[in-house]
Design a protein around this ligand. Structure first.
Ligand code: FAD
Ligand code: DLZ
Ligand code: SF4
Length: 516
């Protein structure tokens, strides 16, 4: 037999199952196709990253001795969809089947599954570059009444031995979050990420991306993501030496001046396969063992990767395709127009979208508590918000984007990702960030011309969803405050929010303009 080994854009790892035990006659294929760059209007950094990293990986595979076919976007015979292009290449090279590891998105997975019995059959392999497989997650979930990250995470700590000592968690606790909620401090200095100069291969990839997708968000002049394993290892080293020790305490802080603070910026490199989650977690643990980073930082960091990252992936694969249709709170609003151009006088939102436009990145608390929280309070419909997050972030792949957006932000899965919605008023943003002093609104006012819109929207949201949320034990306290509010104050807040929502410009079709 002679297989075509298809390597997808987020499968750039030599350890990939598809490449293991490959017969000598196998042909490896990597395919740039317009369909993958179009189905949501990706930020140009994301397209540039995928093309540049795929081209470098193809070169590495050739140097390792594989026979590689690389389809460029400009090839005249390129079919421009992954399925068709792989089948064209398999026929061209006389292959009798196509092997591929589980893709990162359901739409591709189901299309490939449908072709398992075709004349030219597709064979799907498990993608085992994670700590757990979807089957492991399913087995864990079967025995539980309720799915919660915390228990899943503890089990993974025990299974891997990460931060464990004689069967007990290092430091005597599983979780050090109470040490990890420091707001932004005045005069804090942030490390500068290493600069990656684009080489000729990267420049050619960028040129193709810019020519084909000139209208997409962003400018490749500010691109600074790793496109090779060597560059990704450089970013990992920088994080370990300059950021990890402060990662924990400023994990939830938001800064006017820094897009990255002490975050690792490693999500894209992890998601496309330039780094393994195992090596990143082990390297962080090592810094703790050497006494170079405190336990609250190292545990907090490892929990994101060993806990959250695996948990969302397990949820995605065990709950799809129904998961994507979830809309527990019945949201119907289109996406506010400023998500595409940052044109808003709400300063925190403006900065979050500006940083997103500049870097194709925003850190977790900006995604969750600024752009996410605003969409939740306004009731933006899940498909509109999910398409946006999938399009604009360099690390976005549906298996990780969807549970975070639909589940964690919009509570549209009815509570699988979080036991309560992460709704918050302007007070929270004022506490964690230094944005409000630059804003035309005041986080301390709820009604009136200067009132921060988050404040009235917050109460309006609670009122609107009383039926579904007021019995939630974690929300009883806040519903108590709402009940005690004087009726005239409540009416004024209601009116303030209604007025705001009535004048909020939305954009039903911005994304669609780039879909064709
Ligand atoms: P750090 O803060 O340094 O964290 C370290 C690593 O932990 C990250 O690189 C990432 O691999 C992992 N991690 C942290 N939080 C999460 C999480 N909630 N879920 C899964 N992994 C996590 N992450 C993506 O990788 N792709 C996405 O498309 C994505 N979409 C998101 C959408 C929303 C609405 C929200 C709230 C979060 C989303 N996240 C996504 C999770 C998180 O925001 C990013 O992983 C993180 O901001 C990436 O930056 P970093 O590498 O500097 O992370
Ligand atoms: C995001 C993306 C882009 C922009 N381009 C390609 C591509 O040309 N070829 C490819 O194989 N993958 C690309 N991707 C990633 C895919 O959309 C998808 O997320 C992964 O292939 C799923 O494993
Ligand atoms: Fe954001 Fe409100 Fe603060 Fe302005 S006042 S920055 S809108 S939280």
């Amino acid at each position: 037999s002679k297989p075509l080994l298809l390597i997808l854009g987020d499968q750039l790892s030599l350890s990939l199952a598809t490449l293991r035990d490959a017969p000598d006659n196998a042909v490896v294929a990597l395919c740039e196709v317009t369909q993958e760059a179009h189905y949501v209007p990706h930020h140009i950094h994301k397209i540039g990253l995928f093309f540049a990293a795929m081209r470098h990986f193809a070169q590495q595979l050739r140097e390792t001795g594989f026979q590689v076919h690389y389809s460029e976007l400009d090839d005249t015979d390129n079919c421009q969809t992954l399925i068709e292009e792989a089948e064209r290449l398999a026929t061209l090279y006389g292959c009798d089947g196509i092997r591929v590891a589980r893709p990162g998105e359901w739409r591709l997975y189901s299309a490939m599954q449908d072709r398992q019995t075709a004349d030219l059959p597709w064979h799907l392999l498990e993608d085992d570059r994670f700590f757990t497989t979807p089957d492991d997650f399913s087995l864990w979930a079967q025995s539980r009444k309720q799915l919660r990250l915390e228990y899943f995470y503890r089990e993974q700590r025990k299974r891997t031995g990460l931060l464990m000592e004689n069967g007990e968690p290092v430091g005597g606790q599983w979780n050090f979050d109470h040490d990890n909620r420091e707001p932004i401090q005045r005069d804090l200095l942030f490390p500068t990420p290493p600069l990656h100069e684009p080489d000729a291969l990267t420049r050619a990839a960028f040129d193709a991306a810019t020519r084909h997708f000139p209208d997409h968000m962003g400018d490749l002049a500010t691109f600074n993501w790793p496109v090779t394993r060597r560059q990704a290892l450089g970013d990992l080293r920088h994080f370990l030496e300059h950021c990890l020790a402060d990662f924990g305490r400023y994990q939830d802080a938001i800064s006017e001046s820094s897009a990255f603070l002490f975050h690792s910026r490693l999500s894209a490199a992890l998601n496309i396969g330039l780094l393994t989650p195992q090596e990143v977690c082990q390297a962080a643990e090592e810094r703790y063992v050497q006494g170079k980073a405190p336990i609250n930082a190292v545990e907090g960091f490892i929990r994101q990767i060993l806990g959250w990252r695996e948990y969302v992936r397990g949820l995605y694969w065990t709950q799809m395709p129904a998961y994507k249709r979830g809309n527990h709170l019945g949201f119907e609003r289109d996406l506010p127009a400023f998500y595409w151009d940052a044109n808003t006088d709400m300063h925190c939102l403006r900065r979050a979208v500006e940083m997103t436009m500049e870097n194709s990145y925003a850190h977790h608390i900006q995604r969750l508590m600024v752009t996410g929280n605003f969409a939740l309070l306004c009731g933006v419909k899940p498909e509109a918000l999910c398409d946006w997050y999938l399009a604009v972030y360099v690390d976005a792949c549906e298996w990780v984007e969807l549970p975070n957006t639909l589940g964690m932000v919009l509570h549209a899965d009815g509570g699988l990702m979080g036991s309560k919605p992460y709704c918050a008023s302007g007070k929270y943003i004022n506490k964690m960030s230094d944005h409000c002093q630059h804003c035309r609104y005041s986080p301390n006012q709820v009604t009136g011309e200067k009132a921060c819109p988050f404040n009235s929207l917050y109460w309006h949201f609670l009122e609107r969803h009383r039926d579904k949320l007021s019995q939630n034990p974690r929300m009883k306290l806040i519903y108590g405050s709402l009940s005690r509010m004087k009726p005239d104050k409540r009416a004024a807040i209601h009116q303030q929010a209604e007025q705001f929502l009535a004048q909020l410009e939305t954009s039903p079709g911005y994304g669609q303009a780039c879909h064709t």
